[in-house]
Design a protein around this ligand. Structure first.
Ligand SMILES: Cc1cc2nc3c(=O)[nH]c(=O)nc-3n(C[C@H](O)[C@H](O)[C@H](O)COP(=O)(O)O)c2cc1C
Length: 368
């Protein structure tokens, strides 16, 4: 293939999709990645500004921040995770926002509550979750954890209301700090996903039992964030089957669960749905459609696809086959902070090398 053919073959990745009122300059975004490089009290640093700006400079149209905790009680998951739980934390993020905007990029904040997977919290040693079920798997060593997770306390109605309120208030602070949009972290095993997951949610109230009930908290958080930030501010949600502590989990009722989940989310009026799967191009269940295709069918909003899309041809396949509107890169972005630029110019992309996250996940000097 000569140079011009290479460029043409990826042209679809450089179309300009819309999310809410925003027009992205291409279809390639940075996936949220926790790098535990904030101060101990959760303040984003100047170094983080330089780290995120590098992706904008490399032509990622949209940067989604690492999961950022929402309150000063149970939401923090990791030591040195950034927060947006108070005004000082919100103010600290301004330098990151400014650094990304300076490179002509857009930046969304990912809001996260760790629930039972919290393994490092400045504010409390107790963890909370839909039910008092000890998480499977082990704490993440790249964030300094070791051994089993603690057994969480079952959340009361009051806890649920506090979580909803904390997402909404954090979203308001993020909007005021200059972020271009919000992603609610509803995926990967953290608190919202703990509600959705059959084996971590044993509740008998309206948040437990049926799939409709188990997706209720996602919907209520989306609605509360929407009320807080207004109808014109971009808000979306990330959802997955797999988890950081259980990679291979699948929704028990397959496509029927997908229908219920996506139709419920759509009713809350998100501007986008971000789907992460181990490999986004694979069927979500035994055969047939990918999870992103199911999301597109039932939500009719822009769908962002994530999972092993670092090969330009795979990224392109997702878009060309109508399976997604935007793709996000995680590990491949760490290996290629200029992936969009490289692909646009027909340059090869580098393989991810896990040593970048060793001995722990904090940002390394060469990433600035
Ligand atoms: C170091 C690291 C940190 C991550 N932190 C987050 C996070 O804060 N929020 C989130 O939704 N996903 C997080 N993820 C998952 C990625 O966003 C992405 O879904 C995953 O790496 C799969 O995509 P990939 O195949 O492009 O790497 C993280 C992944 C890595 C490697």
């Amino acid at each position: 293939m000569d140079q011009s053919q290479k460029q043409n073959s990826h042209a679809i990745l450089f179309e300009q999709p819309r999310i809410g009122h925003l027009t992205l300059k291409n279809r390639i975004a940075l996936s949220p990645m926790t790098r535990t490089s904030a101060t101990e009290d959760g303040l984003a640093t100047e170094e983080m500004g330089r780290y995120y700006a590098r992706f904008a400079r490399g032509c990622y149209s949209l940067v989604i921040t690492e999961g950022t905790y929402t309150d000063e009680t149970y939401s923090q998951g990791y030591h040195n995770q950034p927060g947006i739980a108070n005004q000082a934390q919100a103010d600290a993020w301004r330098r990151v926002v400014d650094a990304v905007h300076h490179e002509d990029g857009l930046i969304f904040m990912q809001l996260m509550h760790a629930g039972a997977l919290s393994q490092g919290n400045l504010y409390t040693d107790e963890t909370i979750a839909p039910s008092s079920v000890k998480p499977v798997g082990e704490q993440l060593d790249i964030y300094g954890g070791q051994g089993e997770f603690s057994t969480p306390r079952e959340m009361t109605r009051h806890d649920i209301e506090s979580v909803i309120r904390s997402f909404a208030e954090a979203a308001g602070r993020a909007r005021d700090a200059g972020f271009d949009g919000i992603e609610i972290h509803g995926a990967n095993g953290y608190v919202l996903d703990q509600f959705l997951t059959d084996y971590t949610n044993q509740r008998t109230d309206e948040y437990g039992g049926s799939t409709e009930n188990r997706i209720r908290l996602h919907v209520e958080v989306l609605e509360a964030v929407r009320r807080e930030v207004g109808k014109d501010y971009p808000v979306g949600i990330r959802i997955s089957q797999g988890k950081v502590n259980d990679f291979y989990h699948k929704w028990a009722n397959g496509k029927e669960d997908a229908r219920i989940i996506f139709e419920s989310l759509a009713k809350a009026g998100p501007d986008f749905i971000h789907i992460t799967e181990y490999d986004a191009t694979r069927p979500a269940f035994d055969d047939g459609e990918t999870l992103t295709e199911l999301a597109k069918r039932y939500t009719h909003v822009p769908v962002i696809a994530n999972g092993q899309l670092g090969e330009p041809a795979k990224a392109e396949e997702m878009i060309a086959n109508g399976m997604a509107d935007v793709i996000t890169l995680g590990k491949s972005a760490l290996a290629n902070p200029s992936w969009p630029k490289r692909v646009m110019e027909g340059e090869p992309v580098e393989e991810f090398d896990f040593s970048i996250l060793q001995p722990q996940a904090y940002i390394k000097e060469h990433e600035l």
